[in-house]
Design a protein around this ligand. Structure first.
Ligand SMILES: [Mn+2]
Length: 312
């Protein structure tokens, strides 16, 4: 990743490991993808798009980069899938020890395995919230347990895994899947309450793994295995905002950006998604934004009661 020295070109005093609250780790790995190759180019396209993005977030009225964002060296120890997973695991563990808010940019989805392992060791009762078109629950695929099709198997065994946006899986994955914790895309399309139901499934401590193919290909086509019927922009942000407001999100990754020529909008969408998630995490007072809504609801209830009393 030549020419890129700090995340989004932020000043170097906000980018050092000593001062930054946030760490972003690029993992340009594409060792096991089966169809659309190119997720190894994801981080470069992501960071280039980030450099061209406004760093003031209107919705939260905040500049989250002021908390400091350290761009970690890319993890490239990936001669084998096992090496890549253990490289990610060790790196994430070290930054967690330094009490950083750790985020990762893939790379294919198998990069999440080592990260989730480190978060699982650090936090009890961890929920892994997976937004994805695919279940990724195979125990082994094409001879490896660290294939992208297996990205969530370990999480399904050791964490409270909640899967959202799923619309593609193999019948064999049904035996591993806990369907109570799965929000299938075809059901979400007809259920106005899926967001609250999903949040009810989460423990207090949440790690988010965001596979960009969770999005509908109409808004993000540049991913290894696009699937129709995905999530749209504001629906996704509304859901993420609720999660950040109501739970303690301890880290996240964004994976499977597979850049294509003549499509810069996918990289920008990924860059913006990342910055939105950080903004939701760090914006002051944003967590309590639900309060006014509740107050308004109570006020209008009192008014209704008064009205009915007046009637009597
Ligand atoms: Mn996927």
């Amino acid at each position: 990743m030549k020419n890129i020295t700090t995340y989004a070109g932020i000043p170097s005093n906000l980018a050092s490991i000593e001062t930054a609250k946030i760490v972003v780790i690029p993992v340009p790995y594409d060792g096991t993808s089966t169809w659309g190759k190119g997720a190894d180019k994801g981080p470069k396209a992501f960071f280039e798009a980030s450099e061209n993005m406004e760093l003031y977030d209107i919705e939260t009225d905040s500049e989250v980069f002021q908390n400091g964002i350290h761009l970690a060296p890319a993890i490239t120890t990936d001669d084998t899938p096992e090496q890549m997973v253990s490289g990610v695991h060790e790196t994430v563990k070290n930054y967690l020890k330094k009490n950083k808010f750790v985020t990762l940019i893939g790379g294919e989805h198998s990069i999440s395995i080592g990260a989730i392992r480190a978060f699982t060791e650090r936090y009890d009762h961890l929920t892994v919230l997976q937004l994805d078109a695919h279940a990724d629950l195979r125990m082994v695929y094409q001879g490896s347990a660290y294939n992208h099709a297996c990205a969530m198997y370990e999480a399904s065994q050791h964490t409270n895994l909640v899967q959202v946006g799923i619309r593609s899986m193999d019948a064999s994955e049904k035996s591993v899947m806990n369907t109570d914790n799965v929000f299938f895309a075809h059901e979400m399309a007809e259920d106005d309450y899926w967001m609250d139901k999903a949040i009810d499934m989460l423990t207090d401590t949440v790690y988010i793994t965001f596979d960009l193919d969770a999005f509908d290909p109409s808004i993000l086509p540049a991913t290894g295995t696009p699937e129709p019927g995905g999530m749209l922009w504001y629906e996704t942000l509304t859901f993420l905002k609720k999660v950040f407001q109501q739970k303690e999100v301890v880290g996240f990754d964004i994976v499977e950006l597979c850049p294509r020529q003549n499509d810069s909008s996918s990289s920008f969408t990924a860059a913006k998604l990342y910055y939105k998630m950080l903004s939701y995490k760090f914006a002051q007072d944003f967590k309590n934004e639900d309060a006014p809504t509740t107050q308004i609801k109570v006020a209008s209830m009192i008014n209704r009661l008064k009205y009915h009393q007046d009637e009597d």
